[in-house]
Design a protein around this ligand. Structure first.
Ligand SMILES: [Zn+2]
Length: 176
């Protein structure tokens, strides 16, 4: 899988990071289309080419949509039975994406951030389940409540750390 034609406009992902959108191609640079047809040449949401969010200034799939895009790519890039019959000598077009590799390249800071993020999200999720037993966790509203709770928890964490810093500072100055 490759990404090309990255559009310069930046968008803010739901995770808060800036992303840009590009078009997904196979390893030979052929566009992947959502409907399996040839690219229709249309623009915007009528464009049938598969698009994907990438981290700004790169062609690296942005984490939030990486799994979704890869799943779609795997599904859409499979040669149809017809192609297989015609091109009997064609080798499999299995994409060279291995999800397990992602954690290998994780820096200590990324690991710390990811673990903190997961911890806060998981607590927000559990609180939402407890306080809103009537809402399915597949519901959009549920997601919004989890998001709101994550922000509150983040603020509490910041307040806690600031308090700790101030205590350490006061203690250091008393000892002088
Ligand atoms: Zn994101």
């Amino acid at each position: 899988m490759q990404i090309k034609d990255v559009y310069s406009k930046e968008y803010t992902c739901r995770c808060g990071k800036k992303v840009q959108y590009g078009k997904v191609t196979d390893n030979d640079g052929n566009f992947i289309t959502e409907d399996g047809q040839a690219p229709n040449g249309k623009l915007g949401k009528d464009d049938n080419r598969l698009s994907a969010a990438v981290d700004v200034g790169t062609t690296n799939l942005h984490g939030c949509n990486a799994k979704n895009v890869t799943d779609k790519y795997n599904r859409l890039s499979q040669p149809s039975l017809g192609d297989g019959a015609i091109n009997s000598g064609k080798t499999s077009s299995k994409p060279d994406v291995d999800w397990k590799d992602i954690n290998h390249g994780e820096t200590p800071l990324q690991k710390e951030l990811r673990e903190g993020y997961e911890e806060i999200n998981s607590l927000a999720y559990q609180l939402t389940v407890k306080q809103h037993p009537g809402i399915s966790d597949q519901d959009n509203v549920f997601g919004q409540i989890v998001h709101a709770k994550s922000l509150v928890l983040t603020n509490l964490l910041i307040a806690k750390n600031l308090k700790k810093l101030r205590e350490q500072y006061n203690l250091a100055h008393k000892l002088e």
